[in-house]
Design a protein around this ligand. Structure first.
Ligand SMILES: [Zn+2]
Length: 241
């Protein structure tokens, strides 16, 4: 029991300790030539964009997670997530705790089936007018619902599995919770990473969405009374490419 209590006590570092350890880890990584991709929260909100906020809200609405997640908020704000990488079906993170070596977190998110990808891509081609609009989350409510609903982009608890190198990861430790919030913050910067995470090939996705939009604009050129496409409009579509 005493040992258990000590471990619990040991796992509650002060903010100062966390920052100091994180600084040392960053120095060591730099000395080895490693590039860390940290999560830096500079405002009161962890995520500000539609994608980032929706990611966090999606996780918070599940009873499986809601008692575990709050511990991650404090952690991610202190800069404990010193590295976070996202790729198809997988998030890997290094999270600083009291001990000098950061904990290794791995979160797996089931990639979407081809059928679901086709459905989502199809909806985007008819509802999204430019890549800017998609990236900024500036699209009609009905498309937001397609993304958020059952079978959409945002994962359900059963599609999420995780592990951490700390002793109490099985019940979602604060390192996993901080990493999940870190994903929300990362999506503010790079929302298309979310598509990659769910197994959508972003290059192909962008090609399909953009080319179908250009096709429909060009189709309108020949129709009298319809809007004439100008070069500037085509350039707008490629604005963020
Ligand atoms: Zn952990």
């Amino acid at each position: 029991m005493a040992r258990y209590w000590n471990e619990m006590n040991y796992s509650q570092p002060t903010e100062k300790e966390l920052k100091e350890n994180a600084k040392n880890t960053r120095k060591k990584a730099a000395a080895k030539g490693q590039t860390l991709h940290p999560i830096v929260i500079t405002s009161r909100q962890i995520a500000k964009s539609w994608w980032g906020k929706s990611w966090c809200e999606n996780l918070e609405r599940y009873a499986d997670f809601d008692t575990r997640l709050p511990r991650g908020r404090r952690y991610v704000r202190t800069g404990a997530v010193i590295d976070l990488q996202m790729k198809k079906g997988k998030i890997t993170a290094r999270v600083q705790g009291t001990r000098k070596t950061p904990y290794k977190v791995e979160i797996r998110i089931s990639p979407l089936s081809e059928q679901r990808i086709e459905k989502i891509t199809g909806k985007c081609t008819t509802r999204v007018e430019s890549l800017d609009q998609l990236v900024n989350g500036d699209f009609p409510e009905e498309l937001k619902e397609v993304f958020l609903d059952e079978g959409g982009l945002f994962p359900k608890p059963r599609e999420i599995s995780f592990s951490c190198s700390c002793p109490d990861w099985a019940v979602m430790c604060k390192h996993v919770a901080a990493s999940l919030y870190g994903v929300g913050a990362r999506l503010d910067e790079e929302p298309l990473l979310f598509f990659s995470l769910r197994g959508i090939d972003t290059n192909r996705f962008v090609d399909v969405v953009i080319s179908s939009r250009i096709e429909s604009m060009l189709a309108n050129v020949d129709k009298p009374g319809k809007r004439i496409i100008r070069n500037a409009q085509i350039e707008d579509l490629f604005g963020v490419l």
